[in-house]
Design a protein around this ligand. Structure first.
Ligand code: SAM
Length: 372
């Protein structure tokens, strides 16, 4: 049953250029099942209208877990001396990309901690080699770097960059990122945009001392910055960090944030994050039902995958590489949707990227091989 007051509020948010923070806060505080269902139905409709029914894939390769940062929430922060560290070499990365490409995945996300050893020219060569061998989009996610490095990599062929703001509340950000500067992070995001990367950002839900108002402010931050992709995931405490023993982020609040972000940003790519899949059960399907349109299968090779432990009990850590495809196809089909095997570039208007709407599903080679 549609509740007119709720619809009025959701419509107001949907039609605002920049929504009122109080309106977003009210929706984030919905507890009534009917109100929440109305929000999710609406955000799912908006997803369908602006992004279509394709669920696009971003294959992630976590190529180094070395990190020079001390983020209080993150299991790979430099003070976690219990963690076994690894750094994949060029051949290992290219082999992993080859496998990913054989699965017909057209985006590789190369992610690492802020590895002090990561050399810009080495990264440039990796990007160039990938681009010369495969028709694949490259997303980098290696943290804060100089404008020169970002420029070098963009020129080498990197298409996208993922740098989450984590929280848009400066005081909260500073309290859990020692030695880091909120303004520097904003600067990095600005430079990445100026270099014409497709830029992804995002936040964590349920950080200690984070309020609903701060989350509402994050959504406004996403809108103002017109990001191409926005990753919203629950905070999951890691036993070997400063935030050990804190509460996990709330799933429902994460889903409400995804839904509102869809209403407000309309056509940003929004993943149903692996963190959402790593709670007491896998909630990625729920994410896809309330506004998300992206999944991120893991292609980090087996000896290393379990050491990229940003939080414990990460989904699919023990799965053989490539099996994720099947699982993701099942998820999409169960919702009457399909896996979009295109590069799925940004849907933001005015940008000269290919569009994914109505692209046809294809069966990936690695799936055919697995079925034989
Ligand atoms: N170094 C890069 C950077 O800073 O953007 C990428 C690596 S960082 C480990 C990737 C993401 O992991 C972060 O943006 C953060 O949102 C997420 N993350 C880290 N610790 C987490 C935790 N305990 N729970 C959920 N997500 C976490």
């Amino acid at each position: 049953m549609i509740m007119p007051d709720v619809q009025k509020l959701l419509d107001k948010i949907y039609h605002s250029v920049i929504p009122e923070i109080e309106d977003l806060e009210s929706v984030l505080s919905f507890q009534d099942d009917g109100q929440i269902a109305q929000l999710f139905n609406f955000s799912d409709k908006v997803r369908k209208e602006f992004c279509g029914d394709g669920v696009a894939l971003r294959g992630i390769i976590e190529f180094s877990n070395y990190c020079s940062r001390e983020c209080f929430y993150c299991g790979i922060n430099k003070n976690n001396h219990r963690l076994r560290r690894y750094r994949m070499d060029e051949k290992q990365i290219l082999d992993a990309v080859e496998y990913l490409a054989s699965c017909n995945i057209k985006t590789v996300v190369l992610q690492s901690g802020e590895d002090g050893i990561l050399n810009a020219l080495w990264m440039k060569e990796v990007i160039e080699k990938i681009k010369s061998r495969w028709d694949i989009a490259i997303t980098l996610s290696v943290g804060e770097r100089s404008a020169d490095d970002y420029k070098t990599w963009r020129k080498a062929g990197a298409d996208r960059y993922l740098l989450k703001i984590e929280t848009s509340e400066e005081a909260l950000y500073s309290s859990m990122h020692p030695g880091m500067d909120f303004k520097k992070r904003l600067d990095c995001l600005r430079i990445l945009k100026e270099l014409n990367y497709q830029v992804g950002s995002g936040n964590l839900i349920g950080l200690p001392a984070q309020s609903l108002k701060m989350i509402a402010q994050d959504i406004i931050f996403f809108k103002r910055n017109d990001f191409d992709m926005i990753g919203i995931g629950p905070f999951i405490p890691h036993q070997d960090t400063r935030f050990a023993g804190q509460n996990k982020g709330n799933v429902l609040l994460t889903l409400k944030t995804i839904a509102l972000t869809r209403l407000v940003t309309k056509n940003a790519h929004i993943p149903a994050t692996t963190a959402l899949g790593s709670m007491d059960r896998d909630y990625r399907l729920d994410g896809l039902k309330c506004g998300a349109n992206i999944l991120m299968p893991n292609f980090t090779p087996a000896p290393y995958r379990k050491f990229y432990e940003i939080y414990p009990q990460k989904r699919c850590v023990n799965e053989p590489v490539g099996v994720c495809n099947l699982c993701m196809e099942t998820m999409a089909k169960g919702l009457g949707r399909f896996i979009d095997y295109s590069q799925a570039d940004s849907l933001k208007s005015g940008k000269k990227f290919k569009q994914i709407l109505n692209s046809k599903p294809e069966i990936p080679a690695c799936r055919q091989a697995k079925q034989i």
